[in-house]
Design a protein around this ligand. Structure first.
Ligand SMILES: *Cc1c(COP(=O)(O)O)cnc(C)c1O
Length: 282
C-alpha cells in the first residue's frame, strides 16, 4: 500500500476537504488521528468514508475518554478499526500496552490470531472444563504482539479514574485558554468539544516557538512538541511535495504546554506568568 498525506486544518485534525481532493479509485482507507483527544472533523471523515466506501482507521492514542457529540458515545464506534494506546504517558496508562478495536468480529479474530504467533486458540481457550487441551493449529505465521494480564490489570484500574483524570486536564486547559487568549502572538488550538475531549494535550502555536521553549526551560518549565510533520523525517522525504501547507506551518510553531495531574493552581499560574512575561504582557 502507498500512503498519501492529507492536510490538517486549524484543529490540527485531518481536513475533510483536503482528503476529498486526494481520493482516487485506488484509495482503500483513511487514517484519522484525534490529536490531543480532539474530535474535530471526525464525524465529517466518517461521512466521507461512507460516501466513498472507504475503511476508516482511527489513531485514538490520545483519545481514551473522548466522546463524540454527547457524553455517552465514546469515539471510535463509527470506525472499522480504532487503536488506543495505554503507554505510560497516555491518558489511560499502563506501563506499555494498547487496544485494537474492530467493528467486524472476523477482523478481531484474525488480529488475535496474528498477534499470538498465528495460533488458532489461546492458552486460555484451551484451558477449563477440568482438562487442558494441548492441541492447536498454527494457521499462519504471526507475531508475538499479544497483551498480557499485568498490563491489563493496571489498565482496568486506570479506567476507573479515566473520566475524572480527564476532567482535571480539562480544567487546566480551560484556565490556560482564559488566561492566554489575549496574547496576540499566540494561537490556541481549540478542541471541537471542550466538554468531552480527553484533553491529552493543550497546544499553542507561535512564530517564536524555539525561543519561547528556551525561555520556559530556563524557568524550569519543560514543554513538548507534538508533532513535526512527517515529511521532515528522512524516511518520508519522498512525500515532501505533498500538499500539506498548514501541517508544515504548524510543524514549525507548535508547543504543548505542561498538562498533567500533579499540576496545582500555582503551577498553572506560573506557566501562564512566564509566557506573559516572555511576550511583554507582564
Ligand atoms: C503514542 C502514540 C501512538 C503509539 O502508541 P503505542 O501504544 O505505542 O502503539 C500512536 N499514535 C499517536 C498519535 C501516539 O501519540
Amino acid at each position: 500500500m502507498k500512503p498519501v498525506f492529507a492536510d490538517v486544518d486549524k484543529s490540527l485534525c485531518m481536513n475533510p476537504l483536503s482528503v476529498k481532493k486526494l481520493i482516487t479509485s485506488k484509495t482503500k482507507a483513511i487514517i484519522y488521528v484525534g490529536i490531543g483527544g480532539n474530535t474535530a472533523n471526525y464525524l465529517k471523515i466518517v461521512k466521507v468514508c461512507k460516501e466513498y466506501n472507504l475503511r476508516l482507521i482511527v489513531d485514538a492514542a490520545h483519545m481514551a475518554g473522548s466522546r463524540v457529540s454527547d457524553r455517552d458515545k465514546h469515539v471510535g464506534i463509527e470506525s472499522d478499526c480504532t487503536v488506543f494506546s495505554f503507554q505510560s504517558v497516555k491518558n489511560c496508562p499502563s506501563a506499555d500496552s494498547g487496544a485494537v478495536c474492530f467493528s467486524d468480529g472476523e477482523h478481531d479474530k484474525i488480529a488475535r490470531k496474528m498477534s499470538w504467533l498465528g495460533i488458532d486458540k489461546t492458552t486460555y481457550d484451551r484451558s477449563g472444563e477440568n482438562k487442558y487441551k494441548w492441541k492447536y493449529n498454527v494457521e499462519e505465521i504471526g507475531y508475538k504482539y499479544h497483551g498480557n494480564s499485568i498490563m491489563a490489570s493496571m489498565c482496568l484500574v486506570a479506567l476507573k479514574y479515566l473520566d475524572c483524570d480527564n476532567s482535571v486536564r480539562r480544567k487546566i486547559a480551560d484556565k490556560y485558554t482564559k488566561m492566554l487568549s489575549h496574547i496576540k502572538e499566540i494561537e490556541i488550538i481549540q478542541h471541537e468539544n471542550e466538554l468531552t475531549s480527553s484533553r491529552h494535550l493543550f497546544q499553542i502555536s507561535t512564530d517564536e516557538r524555539d525561543s519561547l521553549l528556551d525561555f520556559l526551560a530556563s524557568h524550569n518549565i519543560y514543554c513538548g512538541v507534538h508533532y513535526i510533520e512527517n515529511t521532515q523525517y528522512p524516511i518520508y522525504h519522498k512525500y515532501e511535495n505533498s500538499n500539506i501547507n498548514l501541517a508544515k506551518h504548524y510543524s514549525d510553531r507548535l508547543i504543548s504546554l505542561p498538562l498533567h495531574l500533579h499540576m496545582n493552581d500555582k503551577d498553572v499560574d506560573e506557566v501562564i506568568r512566564i509566557i506573559s512575561v516572555y511576550f511583554g504582557y507582564e
